[in-house]
Design a protein. Structure first.
Length: 133
């Protein structure tokens, strides 16, 4: 199955996942449809109360694939939450990119927030699953 790319697909791997108790996870759940779990090849780190994903590495990072109901309405608050809105100070903590995911139905390409700062001194999450610990 060829990779699908849509501006309304979003991959979340940390505090915005289903099962997270963060208030923005509940908001995102209201503004999207959960399409299932997915994974991508990357490395996941613990920053403090939230994770950081870098696209370098060979771990399978687990997350949720979502379809945003209205990407134009959700994107501004998501960017602000991730510290990469236009008015956030530079350098931004994260940047929004597209990445190829593996799903139960094949591959898809989705937006993902990628850590934009150094990972020196951060703890690698070897399981690749933020919710698993």
């Amino acid at each position: 199955m060829p990779a699908r790319q849509a501006p309304d697909l979003l991959f979340v791997y940390g505090t915005l996942r289903r099962g997270s108790d963060h208030p923005n996870a509940a908001r995102l759940a209201r503004e999207s449809d959960w399409l299932g779990t997915a994974s991508l090849t990357a490395t996941l780190y613990r920053v403090s109360w939230h994770p950081a994903l870098v696209l370098e590495g060979c771990d399978a990072v687990t997350g949720d694939l979502l379809r945003l109901h209205d990407a134009a309405a959700s994107q501004p608050w998501l960017d602000a939450f991730e510290g990469c809105a236009a008015d956030d100070p530079l350098p931004h903590d994260y940047r929004r990119e597209t990445a190829k995911l593996v799903t139960q139905r094949g591959t898809a390409t989705a937006l993902v927030y990628v850590w934009n700062l150094a990972v020196d001194g951060l703890e690698r999450i070897a399981s690749g699953d933020w919710l698993a610990g």
